[in-house]
Design a protein around this ligand. Structure first.
Ligand SMILES: [Zn+2]
Length: 500
């Protein structure tokens, strides 16, 4: 950071924090202030060097895939609308990156450096590990840069972001009134740093607290203020040690011998956290790409309204599919740590093929189907997607692509069949196959069904071994079809001696 800028900020924030302190007993030259000043003076260079490299790669790839300016209309919007748009998009990216940092163990080690702040003030804002900063910038800034916002809008957005970041960390007693539910305030972000059980993993956004309100991660208790900030892990106190700390901690994590878990027998194995983290990252990339494609299709639908038959229905189907993808992304980010997963390669191959095999339809042009069939198939897709979204919401944080157990669900749609998400997806896929109208599509659809049944069987094996109560649940609830038990289907998953 520019030395003049630091001087100006010091001239503004030091007197302000003396005038309106939240913690009045906290001195200006509090513990570790010199270390945080080092961050101000040295970190900028490391972040710029790393982020320039990542940004060049990302934007090169983006331009290659979507062209130099895929959304030319963005730059034509009035300046105020562009600034608001940039804040919303960047902060959704920030929220996502921040939440990932709190849930992926190896990324947390980098982010823990920022959470090692024990006394909050404007200077502490800057204590961020360069890797943490580069990762967060990638998800928050790059999407905004790629979308064609004007330079003025980007500069205003950055200025507002920086001022708000300083304000959020400052030792200032400022309240935003009811606006605190919309805009991130110092009170809101101080709770994010609080080292208190009920405040952990809350208040992730940087500018718009409403994102946390919508996502159900907001924590703003009345008439209470944080008693202590910081983390319970031994983050060292000096700049150079803090730069090295995450790497050393990850190295230790990888070399830790895993405790063998109880309850896990021959067919399953304890899931390695690293495999789960990589799986999560891959899913975010792939489903993120699909979601982006959906957004593109929605934009095309909106701009070519007159030329598209059954426009309203087509738009509804796209919006519901985009919603389903958003729920997938949300629960992938927030999913619980794995308890165990199926051993061997076969369950993994079946899971990945089952998930993506329908993408094969892209290579084959669809047949021209009649208007009533198109209407019927689109309706089925909408109903199937809505049901899938509902079932996925009930599965919630236990969601996985691989045969992995996290938490047992037996309520809601899980009291009707044991695999409601697959059952709902059958409807959705039927719609897709009918809309495509080719023999090829029917073949791929049939293969998809076979793979999903096999996948459900692998998942049951893992669930049975992790949760002793699963056998009883399986005796009460049919596998895939509501109210109907097909002997061959049930027998294929029920171990001998457990059959009802
Ligand atoms: Zn955090």
């Amino acid at each position: 950071m520019d030395y003049t800028a630091v001087f100006i900020l010091a001239c503004i924030f030091i007197p302000l924090e003396r005038l309106l302190p939240l913690h009045a007993d906290q001195p200006t030259l509090r513990r570790d202030w010199a270390n945080d000043l080092l961050y101000v003076l040295l970190n900028g260079f490391l972040v710029r060097a790393g982020f320039t490299f990542v940004a060049a790669l990302f934007m090169g790839g983006f331009t290659h895939l979507f062209g130099a300016d895929p959304t030319p209309w963005v730059g034509d919007l009035p300046l105020w609308a562009q600034v608001i748009g940039a804040i919303v998009i960047a902060d959704i990216g920030y929220y996502t990156a921040h939440r990932i940092c709190h849930s992926v163990p190896f990324l947390w080690k980098f982010h823990a450096v920022h959470h090692s702040i024990e006394e909050m003030d404007w200077l502490a804002t800057h204590r961020v590990h360069p890797m943490d900063q580069i990762f967060t910038n990638t998800l928050s800034l790059l999407p905004v840069w790629c979308l064609g916002f004007s330079l003025e809008a980007l500069i205003i957005h950055q200025a507002l972001y920086q001022i708000q970041a300083l304000l959020l960390h400052s030792n200032l007693k400022i309240t935003f009134g009811p606006l605190k539910w919309l805009i991130a305030s110092p009170e809101y972000h101080h709770w994010h740093h609080a080292n208190e059980r009920d405040a952990y993993d809350r208040n992730f956004a940087a500018q718009l607290s409403i994102i946390d309100v919508i996502a159900g991660t907001v924590f703003l208790p009345f008439k209470r203020q944080p008693k202590a900030y910081g983390v319970n892990e031994p983050v060292p106190r000096h700049y150079h040690q803090q730069l090295v700390y995450p790497f050393a901690a990850i190295f230790r994590m990888l070399n830790q011998p895993r405790q063998p878990q109880e309850n896990i027998m021959s067919q399953s194995q304890a899931t390695k956290p690293l495999e789960d983290s990589f799986g999560k990252l891959a899913m975010l990339c792939i489903f993120g790409y699909f979601a982006w494609q959906q957004v593109q299709s929605i934009i095309i639908l909106l701009t070519h309204r007159a030329e598209i038959p059954l426009w309203g229905l087509a738009l509804s189907a796209q919006l519901v599919s985009a919603g389903f993808l958003a729920v997938i992304l949300f629960y992938t980010i927030t999913r619980l740590p794995p308890r165990s997963s199926a051993a061997g390669l076969a369950p993994r191959i079946v899971a990945v093929t089952g998930t993506f095999i329908m993408s094969l339809l892209i290579v084959m042009p669809p047949d021209a189907v009649s208007a009533p069939m198109r209407m019927f198939s689109t309706l089925i897709i909408i109903v199937g997607s809505l049901l899938s979204m509902y079932c996925l919401h009930q599965l919630g944080r236990s969601f996985s692509i691989m045969a992995t157990s996290r938490e047992l669900k037996t309520q809601g749609s899980y009291s009707i069949v044991r695999h409601p998400l697959y059952a709902a997806e059958v409807l959705m896929i039927l719609g897709v196959v009918l809309a495509h109208g080719t023999g090829f599509a029917f073949g791929v659809g049939a293969l998809w069904l076979v793979l999903q049944v096999r996948r459900a069987q692998y998942e049951e094996a893992v669930l049975r071994e992790t949760f002793p109560e699963y056998a009883d649940y399986a005796r009460r609830v049919p596998m895939l079809i509501p109210g109907l038990r097909l002997a061959w289907l049930e027998d294929s998953v029920t171990p001998k001696g457990q059959r009802a």
